[in-house]
Every structure is written in C-alpha cells, then in structure tokens.
Design a binder for this molecule. Structure first.
Ligand SMILES: [Zn+2]
Ligand SMILES: [Zn+2]
Length: 320
C-alpha cells in the first residue's frame, strides 16, 4: 500500500515536471541529452527531440545500455537509430544486443560498417552515408565530418534539432581546422579529455609504444589540448560542455574539469557550464530548448515512467 502511494506521488511529480517544462518552452518539448556513460572502456549517449530517439555510439554492454536507458524512463526498443563515430570496441560493444537482436538501424559510413562486421560478425540494418554528408533522421539534421583518430574512417557530429546544436567530439588526435569550424556553432558540446600528460608519462603499466600512440596526432586529446581547443572554438552560443572519454589510469575528473574551467575563465568564457562524464554512471539529463512561442496549454506526459531504476535529477536549462 505504502509502495503504491509512493509510486503515485512519484508519477504525479513526473507529470508536473513534464507539464511545467512543456509550458516553459512554449509548448514544444525541449531536446533531451544524457551521456549514459563515457570513458576509455565505453561510450554511449542518448539524444531525444520530439519523437526522434537516438543513441550516439553503443560502447557499453547491451545490459548496461538497457539499464541506464530505463533509469531515464526510456527503452532500447523505442530507439530510432544508433549513430556510430568509429569501430573501436569502446564505441560498438553494445551493437550485438541492440542492432542485431532488436533490429535498430545503425548509421555509419561504409568503412566503419565493414570494420564492425569484421569485429562483431553481426548482421544489422545499416544506413550508410559518406563522411561529410548531412543526414536527416526524424526531426534531427546530422552533420558529419572527419576527425583525426587511428580508426578506418572516424567522424564527429553536429546535430541540429529544434534550435539546439549538439556537437560530439570523442576520440580526437588533434583539433583540425575543419573540426573547429564544424562545432563552432554548438550550444552543447561533448569533448574528449582523455589524459593528463604528466600522469600518462609517469604511468608504468603502459609500454612506450602505447603512450606514443595515445599522444600522437591520431590518438587522443589531453586535458591541456582540449582546454586550448575549447578556448579557440567557444562562442557566446556554447552553454554546456561535457568532458568525456577520460582514461581511468591516466586522468582524474577533477583534473580535467579544473584544467578546462581555468582556461575558460582566463578568456572570460564564464557562461559555459562544464561537467565531467563518468564511466560508471549516467550524467544528469540536460533538457535544452529555446523559447520562441508564448506559453500554451499544459501537455500530459507522453510516456509512462519506469517502475524502477536510478533516476538522475533532471537539470532544467534554457536560453532565451
Ligand atoms: Zn577510438
Ligand atoms: Zn574511444
């Protein structure tokens, strides 16, 4: 009895929250962005706008992706597609469970498809595009561009939907001019801060050759390099910066956060909210939208919330 009362209260709270958010954003539902997990062992993010639901990379196990989606009230079965940046296992290991078993379409370029097929040996519904192409998926327009990294044809994304622009830059050896230009308009940016250079140099477990690969121009971005890059590309439009793909051995969240925040403060970009993603837990969901219409009638919650799961506190953000 007590349990059902608690559930009813919780359900009522969620309905009120959705109604308030809907009213606040002028009747349109804001873009919803959740990094489900990010780090050297696995990367996966969820993006939703209107009725389009996407995963960006599927680098956690199928079980973990399901659990973390349930924790934000979503299920893998309702996904419209999975965007893949490149074929390294920390970006594709969940595809067997999601793409092959649930038949969710996988959006990637041809070389990445071939590499996924060679590694996982799965049949999936592939939707292929050329690197550099802009593709449409439901209400989202997805701009793709090449990034320097030691994979077959690695890419980054700038996803536009309902006035929001979301940049995805993970696994980046160095920031090219093209990359900088493509994400300059982003309101939300997920950026790799892989390692602290000193911690990497002092690491005794990695052989020299591996360290060389990591710091190479086709390896991974250090905290310092990421900070320099953000200072170069940050505009007044950038509001939310997520630091991701941290090495568990050669970085610490507070180091990455401190390095990037310090540089942003140095150039006076104090309007950028910086958060560091975790490998083990989803980030708090970001609801982002631009209010353009006068408030309308409240709308009901579109989807029943999960009966269980670890709800992260939603952060209501907006910009006028
Ligand atoms: Zn990679
Ligand atoms: Zn990676």
């Amino acid at each position: 009895m007590l349990r059902s009362t608690a559930c009813a209260d919780f359900y009522y709270f969620l309905k009120r929250f959705a109604a308030l958010a809907s009213s606040f954003y002028g009747g349109s539902v804001p873009v919803q962005f959740t990094i489900l997990g990010s780090g050297s062992s696995g990367n996966c993010a969820y993006l939703e706008c209107d009725d389009t639901r996407l995963l960006i990379d599927a680098g956690l196990s199928g079980r973990q992706i399901r659990q973390r989606l349930l924790a934000i009230g979503r299920t893998p079965e309702k996904l419209d597609g999975i965007l893949i940046t490149h074929e390294h296992s920390d970006h594709i290991q969940g595809l067997t469970a999601l793409a092959a078993k649930l038949n969710i379409p996988v959006y990637c370029n041809r070389l990445t498809r071939d590499a996924i097929h060679a590694q996982l040996g799965i049949e999936a519904q592939y939707r292929l595009f050329e690197t550099g192409a802009t593709i449409e998926l439901g209400s989202m327009e997805i701009n793709t561009f090449a990034v320097p990294h030691d994979a077959y044809d690695p890419i980054g994304f700038l996803i536009q939907s309902d006035g929001a622009k979301i940049g995805i830059l993970t696994d980046l050896g160095h920031a090219t001019k093209l990359v900088t230009e493509r994400v300059r308009a982003a309101n939300i940016l997920m950026l790799e801060t892989n390692h602290d250079l000193k911690m990497l140099q002092e690491d005794t477990r990695r052989p020299w050759s591996v360290k060389q690969r990591i710091v190479s121009r086709h390896g991974h971005l250090s905290n310092d390099a990421a900070a320099r890059f953000v200072c170069e590309m940050a505009s007044a439009d950038l509001e939310h910066l997520y630091l991701g793909h941290l090495s568990s051995d050669c970085n610490r969240p507070e180091l990455a956060q401190e390095t990037v925040t310090r540089e942003l403060q140095r150039i006076g970009a104090t309007h950028v909210a910086v958060a560091t993603a975790s490998q083990d837990l989803p980030c708090a969901t970001l609801f982002y939208g631009r209010r353009v219409d006068p408030p309308r009638q409240l709308e009901p919650l579109r989807e029943r919330p999960p009966l269980y799961g670890d709800f992260s506190e939603p952060q209501l953000r907006f910009s006028l």
